[in-house]
Design a protein around this ligand. Structure first.
Ligand code: PRX
Length: 649
């Protein structure tokens, strides 16, 4: 039975967990949450030490935390093998024949991989990596579809101490080049292709184009997924299946230092090229293991499904490391949510008895638009818990998710976190936290979140400011790969010894955090970060473009859409064909996700006297159609009329 308190004002709606849910939950009351939270703040060594001990360590740590801001070391001196914790630990025990991954390909092919089978697959592929000359510390780029082999490749790297860098399969060849150059990877694991909306994404072909520009690749291991023809360079390119039969399915794990690098994941920043966010082993595993356990309150009989792609941090932390470290059963789906129609997700939930479903607001909005009849056609009664991640969830979308998908009975965990934080930071705990649509609610254990104003003063209730974290946490990024200075400047320079997330937020009287969105020049398109500077650089690299400014505008489905203002070189003139060419150019150099929804040709961009583009004015123009903000610093006022005209031509 639900104890929901409802009032007529949307902001005041509070949803309390049902008694039945709370009774079974690990954390079943706010008092219990507060007690553990207090311990995690006052005695982090005790709290995190206890959690980490639930994992398998080859050598115990001597100290839980060594903190020389902004550089943290967790579980100092400890040694472990991350893959052994995610796979062998279960494969050798009662979970040996439990399903680890229930896979469904977009064309409808299905596979169930037990923990025992996963162990054989990971061990075999670890041997393949070793056989192909890959050693501990080497960087390996993974560019795969959403198939179990993506997780197997990541775990095999972890098993031998190689550092994986997964590139989302929707990114282009040029994005691969940037990541190869920065990480210095010499091995690529890919597939011939992957299925998406009934078409084959030519992954190997994209890798081939990237290798024309980056020539240091020694080995490319190709998994055969779609059977599309590919060119294999003798000596360099090898087939996954052919290499696999040459090696055994057992592999003796080696043990690595708790601070051994586990992976680099690239994410957009406000300036320049994507940043290589580095995560290490013991702390990251403890953070993802613990948060997954409490936030999803995972049970032996649960069937969990996270719809993210392994190419994003959500896929790393809450498809691969968190769930597998907990010995969970999960669904993995390769394709699009609307293939063949918008009922696909609900069909997967019905057929597999999914009990925990974790997705993004952008997907929820697309489902709302598609129509209620899609979910209504399926039996969703197996669901007991829902999750949301990637951007603020609008209260209306929250309500729809709660009613139409959760049948009014499932708590929703709105989880705030980032590539850099590694694990969930602000979130309800489903058995105890009163939920309000639109807020990620309270800090997770060990997370000292606060809202500060420009001077470093803590904001009062409901006063907006910058979201910060004041204490280190186990899964935090250790640095930007190869660029400590940028790491310090980006996250630790606003306030001494304090992590700045780059998000604006406010905290209500009950201590709930309401995230407003990014405060830097970073867009959030469909729950994914995109730097405006990256899209601008791409546009300027086109021969017709002299200058460009990119801003976001509110978008019903995607959260934000990309809008580009472009000034052409004298030798070129605006045309529809050029507009399309520029959109495709961005798609080719970054990926389809970055393609501008609109390209406006402007004779000049609004600038300050010192030449800085006033994006603030452009943002206002694209969202309201007019400019009423302060224009006193604008160098040339005539620019504005031309800009407005550009939007209608
Ligand atoms: O702006 C916040 C938004 O997504 C950003 C992090 O993006 P990324 O590193 O790509 O990771 C996304 C998946 C963890 C944050 O700075 N964001 C993420 N989750 C939420 C959110 N905004 C509001 N509410 C959330 N639950």
């Amino acid at each position: 039975m639900s104890k929901n308190i409802e009032s007529h004002q949307i902001e005041d709606r509070v949803f309390l967990p049902a008694d039945e849910f709370s009774r079974k939950a690990r954390i079943s009351s706010l008092a219990q949450y507060k007690k553990l939270y207090k311990e995690s703040m006052e005695k982090p060594g005790v709290f995190w030490g206890r959690e980490a001990k639930e994992l398998l360590w080859h050598k115990p740590w001597s100290k839980v935390l060594e903190w020389k801001a902004p550089f943290a070391k967790w579980f100092v001196g400890g040694k472990l093998n991350v893959a052994e914790n995610c796979v062998d630990r279960h494969a050798c025990g009662e979970r040996a024949n439990k399903a680890a991954i229930i896979f469904e390909g977009e064309p409808g092919d299905k596979r169930v991989i037990t923990y025992a089978q996963l162990r054989r697959d990971v061990c075999r592929f670890a041997n393949v990596l070793v056989n192909n000359g890959i050693k501990s510390g080497d960087r390996v780029l993974i560019y795969m579809p959403m198939i179990p082999e993506a997780a197997i490749a990541m775990l095999a790297c972890a098993r031998i101490g190689a550092v994986h860098s997964v590139v989302f399969g929707g990114f282009s060849a040029d994005s691969i080049v940037d990541r190869l150059e920065d990480s210095g990877a010499t091995t690529i694991i890919t597939a011939d292709g992957g299925w998406r909306r009934g078409k084959i994404i030519p992954l190997k072909e994209n890798v081939d184009s990237a290798m024309e520009k980056f020539t240091h690749i020694r080995k490319v291991i190709v998994y055969q997924r779609c059977g599309n023809p590919v060119i294999m360079a003798p000596g360099r390119d090898v087939w996954w299946h052919e290499e696999s039969v040459k090696v055994s399915s057992t592999h003796k794990a080696k043990y690595f230092d708790s601070e051994h690098p586990l992976f680099i994941l690239y994410t957009s920043g406000s300036t320049g090229k994507p940043k290589g966010i580095l995560h290490t082993s013991g702390g990251y595993l403890t953070g993802t293991y613990t948060s997954f356990k409490y936030v999803f309150d995972i049970r032996e009989e649960d069937v969990y499904w996270c719809t993210a792609d392994v190419g994003w941090i959500t896929g790393h932390s809450y498809i691969v490391y968190g769930p597998l470290a907990n010995g969970a059963t999960q669904v993995m789906y390769e394709g699009a949510p609307n293939q063949p129609d918008f009922g696909r997700f609900w069909k997967i939930i019905e057929e597999n008895g999914v009990s925990i479903f974790y997705t993004a607001p952008t997907a929820i909005r697309a489902f709302i638009k598609a129509g209620d009849h899609f979910p209504a056609n399926y039996d969703l009664s197996s669901l007991r818990l829902l999750g949301s991640v990637g951007e603020p969830i609008n209260p209306e979308a929250w309500m729809w998710y709660h009613q139409k998908i959760g049948g009014g009975r499932c708590p929703i965990v709105d989880t705030w976190w980032q590539t850099e934080t590694g694990s969930i930071m602000i979130t309800p705990l489903p058995g105890c936290t009163p939920l309000k649509p639109g807020t990620a609610t309270l800090p997770f254990f060990g997370v000292d979140a606060a809202i500060l104003d420009e001077t470093g003063r803590e904001c009062k209730a409901n006063e907006g400011g910058k979201l910060v974290i004041r204490k280190p946490w186990p899964a935090m990024t250790r640095t930007i790969y190869g660029d400590k200075a940028r790491y310090k400047k980006t996250y630790w320079s606003d306030y001494e010894g304090i992590y700045t997330a780059g998000d604006g937020a406010r905290c209500d009287k009950a201590g709930n955090f309401w995230i407003v969105g990014r405060i830097d020049d970073v867009l959030n398109v469909s729950g994914h970060r995109l730097g405006t500077a990256e899209v601008e650089s791409s546009l300027v690299s086109h021969p017709a473009v002299a200058e460009s400014a990119v801003v976001g505008r509110p978008d019903e489905i995607k959260g934000q859409g990309v809008v580009a203002f472009v000034t052409l070189k004298e030798s070129h003139s605006p045309s529809e064909a050029l507009r399309k060419e520029l959109r495709d150019h961005v798609g080719k150099s970054i990926g389809a996700i970055a393609k501008p929804d609109a390209v406006y040709f402007a004779p000049a961009l609004p600038k300050t006297r010192s030449g800085k583009i006033m994006r603030r004015l452009l943002k206002e123009l694209v969202s309201t159609g007019d400019i009423s903000g302060n224009i006193t610093t604008l160098d040339d006022i005539t620019v504005l009329a031309n800009l407005k005209a550009s939007m209608t031509s």
